[in-house]
Every structure is written in structure tokens, then in C-alpha cells.
Design a protein around this ligand. Sequence first.
Ligand SMILES: [Zn+2]
Length: 344
Amino acid sequence: MSGVCYHPVRRNHQRFFQGFPIGFQLGIDLGGSKLAIAIADPDGRLIAHKTRPSRFSGDPEADLSAIAADAADLVSESGLTASDFDAAGLSVPGPIDHERGAILDPPNLPGWQEVPLRARMSELLGLPVRLENDANAAALAEWHYGAGRGAHNLVYLTMSTGVGAGLILDDRLYRGHRGRASEFGHACVEWEGERCGCGRRGCLEAYLGGAAWTRRLREITPTTSRVCVLAGDRGLVLPEHVVAAAGEGDAFAREEMGRFNHYLARAIAALTFALAPEVVVLGTIAAAAGEKLCFEPVRALVDAQVWPTLRDGMRIVPSGLGDKLPYYAGVCAAIDGLAGSLSD
Ligand SMILES: [Zn+2]
């Protein structure tokens, strides 16, 4: 499925972001299942966006050319040219080698490790390109535009195909040594636990990640469960069917949500002791599950594990951007690069 949305373009604006002049920004979010492309005007408003399924042909060069062609189409359909833009932001899964402008060991993008992503996309688009890890880009998006506006310390946890944590600490994105922070999804939560896509065992991602959960569900979902009925077949079961069936009271689905919430609370408790965030923003599966199925039980589990002095005043909330998050993530990758990051 794909969708395109346009708003009228306002030209000849020049605003400043943290002292840097900005024009239009092109944002691209390369997800494990969806590609999202967006254009933000100089006021930071989305004026056009589209999404389509991600296609990984095994030939990254061909895939990048297709992504650039889709982005160029959106630019020209919006009545703009490359010269209207300051930069393109590219939000990608996996840790980034900022020196080479490439993704390092992307567990969900086999074959992309040695691809000079920043340089090649810059050639194809005719724009400077800034790379950002997708969890970092999403944390920036929720901080600038979403549920974390005004916070000084924010944790964003994404649980889509993979799991990542983006950190805003003391009013800036935290990238860590060599820009390699945000891989909390591969923190071990069970020493001899489930196999993870990264090759190790017991990673948080093996319990909360959409890809891992989907594999598990397709092996263990009882055929009599409402989950299977909603999916049509056990081989087609997805986490969203568990969420829907749990909402209807299905016992297996409730058990699976309980397991998900348990590991999510473990992650939040560990992050809280380390970072003392004001707000923990949860995206994707948690946001889709909502208050009753996820947020209320997770808050209670965290309450039981975290000292009241740290828990006091800390909010655990769903993404404020919902399905627009990937668009803002791509745009924020470009904007934060303008504010002086490692990416240039
Ligand atoms: Zn892992």
C-alpha cells in the first residue's frame, strides 16, 4: 500500500534552527517493512509525504536508485527542485559509521554493510545527506514535534521490525562513543534466551521486536485461538492480530501481551535507573496496543521495580506522532545534522 499527501508549498522563507539557516528538508525513513519519504517546509511543517513497502532486492545499488527516484518524484510533484533544499535526512536501522557514511552490521538489512550510503544517496539526490540511526531520528522527532516536546531528558523505545532506544539527554541527542549509542535492543535480558537476528541470544529485540515476535507467533499460536482466526492462517499471524485478539479477551493473546509487557518493563526499569528520564515514549507495537493492553500494565510493572524517587514525575506515554513518526524522523535527521552533528 502507498499513500501520497500534499499541502500547498510556501516558498522564500528562511528560518533558523539553533542559529543555522534552514530551507526545505527532505526526509527519508528506511524501515524494515516501510519506506517513508517526506518534505518539510522551512517552518518544519510537513508539506508532502508518501510511503511504500520497503523492497530489498539483494542489490543495494538498485534499491537506493529506486528510493532516490521516489524521493525525486515527490520533490517535483510538490513544485520544488533540489536547489530549494538544504539537506536530506536518511533515517536507517542499525549503528552508523559516521566517518564512512555507512550502516554497520545492520541485522535487518543483509548486504548493506559496505554500502557507502551517504555518498551514494547524495549523488543520486544532488543534496547533502545526513545519516541517522532510526531510533535516534525517532527520538528527535518525538522531542521536536511529538509527545516529548519540552522535555530535557527523553527515552524513545521503538519496537517495529527491530528494537532501538533513542536518547535525548540534557537537551541534546546522545550518540555515545563514535556515535554508536541507541542499540539497547541488543542488551541481553535472558543469558540463554531466544535467538536474535544479530546472532546472539537473549537480546531485548528477541522478545519485543516485531520480526522475532512474528516468528514465535507463527510457531506457537494455537489454531483455535482468536489470533489465528483474525489472521486467517497461523502462517500469516502478526503482532497486530495479538493486539486485536487480546482486546477481545482471547486467553492466548492476553498471555502473549503479558510476556511483551514484562520484557518492555524490564527495559524501561533498566533505562530509568541509568538515565532518570522525564518521559519514556513508546512507539509502534506498544502504541498500537494502547492504554489497557500495554501502558497501564507496563506502568504498574515499572512502579514495582523502580525506586519511587526515580519514578516520581516520570511519564510513560505513547508516541505523539503516530503513523506520521517516520516522516518526521527523516526530516529530523536532516535538521539535527544542520545543528552540527557527526554526519558531515
Ligand atoms: Zn541482538
